[in-house]
Write a protein that binds this ligand. Structure first.
Ligand code: PLP
Length: 397
């Protein structure tokens, strides 16, 4: 096989239907949607349709949808809006397992003098919600908790958290970048104030996102400029990508059942195949409450990066749980927060599937990966030591 792409939490391919929908707005219908003439009106109409399609997927009102340039911009806008709208409040609550888009911003706020509480998770990556509620005070300006984790796929109990936070009158934001399009979301039932999503995680192009802002939420824009998005985000709209995102949301709604059933079955087949073939391997994360497409597996005593490089030779594209690409040899902050032992956290690989994956691809990974792990363990002093220890323990008992 030339390429088996199982890194869909990093980004997804643009769906062919989505590409078809956006191309006319790059080729012939390139007018600025804010212009007055009929030519521009076509783009403006299509933008309106996109807004309704996005709103339809998440159970929002179209007026509550603000288009942005990415998930990171949506997260930043939401958190800055909350702290700027509540200047007297100097406390922010988030979790220890957020994506850097939220984590690094909260650390930045901490450096600037805000008090920031990072809520811990347990060994399965489940949030300590009691800790969260105990730490909410009248001084809390905003709570930002991700809906689903990008590394492990663990889903947090969003409805309960949103209700508890709102009950105390505190602004609640969720980074739903990994959840939208993979699991049903109905903001009619969830009292959150703001939600972030990103196009390239659901088969739209990179460089387009959405911030949902519930009607009545105090808000101040991050990008101050033109009147676009009703003054909530200045800048000429990225019309073609927004139109693409609208189509991607419509498709995601149609594919939700497939994601729930077929993609989940593929993920489970991959997981079962690898766990059976590779001793010293275990799933990281709560297996009950997980995105249907994600599997994070720790392989004892091997380097995640080495696994990725050798898988790459077979055309397999996945991600590792450690962060060498960011210049550090530390395992991921998510796995560390879960207390995953160092020897396993270092050898963790995230597989994230999509509706475009097939059974044949899954079987290909299950065939290629076990010899790779065996080969790497043959060179690993950690593995040899662990084996010796295990043998000694067996003799003693
Ligand atoms: N939040 C989560 C949970 C993510 O997984 C990502 C991207 O990986 C982002 C935010 C950032 O989204 P974007 O790449 O659109 O800025």
């Amino acid at each position: 096989m030339d390429r088996v792409y199982v890194d869909n939490n990093a980004t997804t391919r643009v769906a062919p239907e989505v590409l078809k929908e956006m191309l006319p707005y790059l080729e012939d219908l390139y007018a600025n949607p804010s212009s007055m003439y009929t030519f521009a009106g076509q783009a403006a109409e299509k933008l309106k349709e996109a807004r309704s399609r996005v709103a339809g997927l998440i159970g929002a009102d179209p007026e509550e949808v603000v288009f942005t340039s990415c998930g990171t911009e949506s997260d930043s806008t939401a958190i800055w809006a909350a702290v700027n709208s509540n200047p007297e409040k100097r406390h922010v609550v988030t979790t220890r397992v957020e994506h850097p888009a939220v984590k690094n911003l909260c650390e930045h706020l901490a450096n600037k003098g805000w008090r920031v509480t990072f809520v811990p998770v347990d060994a399965q990556g489940r949030l300590d919600t009691d800790f969260l509620y105990r730490n909410l005070t009248p001084d809390t300006a905003v709570v930002s908790v991700m809906w689903a984790n990008n590394e492990t796929g663990v889903i947090f109990p969003m409805e309960e958290i949103a209700n508890e936070v709102r009950r105390r009158g505190i602004v609640f934001h969720t980074d739903a970048v990994q959840a939208v399009g993979k699991i049903p979301i109905d903001l009619g039932r969830m009292p959150m104030d703001m939600l972030s999503l990103s196009g390239h995680k659901l088969h739209a192009p990179k460089g387009v996102g959405v911030l949902y802002i519930r009607k009545g939420t105090k808000f101040s824009p991050f990008l101050i400029g033109g009147h676009q998005e009703h003054g909530r985000r200045g800048g000429t709209e990225n019309a073609a990508s927004i139109i693409a995102l609208g189509k991607a949301c419509e498709l995601a709604g149609e594919h939700m059942q497939e994601e729930k059933n077929r993609v989940r079955q593929l993920r489970d087949r991959l997981e079962a195949g690898l766990l059976a073939a590779i001793p010293g391997s275990a799933v990281n994360g709560d297996m009950e409450n997980r995105l249907p497409n994600t599997s994070n597996i720790g392989f004892e005593s091997v380097e995640g990066e080495a696994i990725l490089l050798l898988m790459d030779q077979h055309g397999i594209c996945a991600s590792s749980g450690s962060a060498c690409t960011s210049g550090s040899l530390e395992p991921s902050h998510v796995l560390r927060a879960m207390g995953v032992p160092f020897t396993s956290a270092h050898g963790s690989v995230r597989f994230s599937l999509s509706i475009y994956n097939t059974e044949a691809e899954v079987d290909y990974i299950v065939e290629k990966l076990p010899p790779i792990i065996k080969r790497l363990r043959g060179m690993s002093p950690f593995w040899k030591n662990a084996q010796k220890k295990a043998k000694k323990a067996a003799v003693v008992s």
